[in-house]
Design a protein around this ligand. Structure first.
Ligand SMILES: Cc1cc2nc3c(=O)[nH]c(=O)nc-3n(C[C@H](O)[C@H](O)[C@H](O)COP(=O)(O)O)c2cc1C
Length: 191
């Protein structure tokens, strides 16, 4: 296998990482790789919000806000614990990068393509993280698409969060994974 094949096949979603900080230069390296994704009409529709340290409270507050109804339905004695758990979700890794799509207003731009470019950028970021010995997981869930998320991240009205990328040094064995062979997902048209 070539180096790139090993990186592509070896990358796994790593949900459990250490609290150890990730050097800022390394996070910047991931973002520098992300932006080399293909993008139609050169719109470069990505935006990244990097949250570290107490900055992760911004995300935690969104998790708490999105769970407000569920929390209100709990007995009062359990509400504080549930709030704490929601906040803790933002602290699962030392670095959380919100990847957003800010679609171009060019008449040539197609929303599906603008989103596709950001998805490709996230994959670049995850592959580079893996190649650098970091673990990462692309998370979404209902809060990622809640208006509260856009507001907290101060995103433009027409922007969309495509993922919350949790990054840190792995604190688990990479799980084994399998894929349906490409041949089962491929049709060749040769004549
Ligand atoms: C758009 C998108 C959203 C995802 N959201 C979540 C999520 O909310 N929580 C999670 O644990 N994993 C999430 N994942 C990661 C997938 O669960 C993971 O990629 C899948 O299990 C395959 O495992 P692998 O990444 O190790 O190959 C998401 C992946 C994508 C592409």
């Amino acid at each position: 296998m070539t180096g790139i094949e090993e990186v592509i096949r070896g990358r796994r979603s790593i949900g459990k990482v250490k609290d150890d900080p990730v050097p800022k230069e390394l996070v910047e390296k991931l973002l520098d790789a992300a932006i080399w994704a293909p993008n139609h009409h050169h719109t470069e529709p990505w935006k990244f919000i990097v949250m570290t340290g107490e900055g992760r409270r911004t995300l935690g507050q969104v998790y708490v806000e999105c769970a407000a109804d569920a929390i209100a339905a709990l007995p009062e004695s359990e509400q504080e614990e549930r709030r704490r758990k929601e906040m803790a979700k933002a602290f699962r890794s030392p670095v959380v990068i919100a990847a957003a799509c800010v679609p171009s207003d060019s008449p040539k731009a197609v929303l599906a393509e603008e989103l596709a470019a950001v998805h490709a950028a996230v994959q670049n970021l995850l592959l580079t993280a893996h190649a650098e010995g970091l673990g990462g997981v692309w998370r979404t869930g209902v809060p990622a698409y809640d208006p509260a998320m856009k507001k907290a991240l101060q995103l433009e009205d027409h922007a969309q969060v495509v993922g919350l990328i949790f990054i840190g040094y792995p604190d688990m064995q990479a799980p084994t994974a399998k894929r349906t062979p490409a041949s089962a997902k491929t049709v060749w048209i040769e004549q």
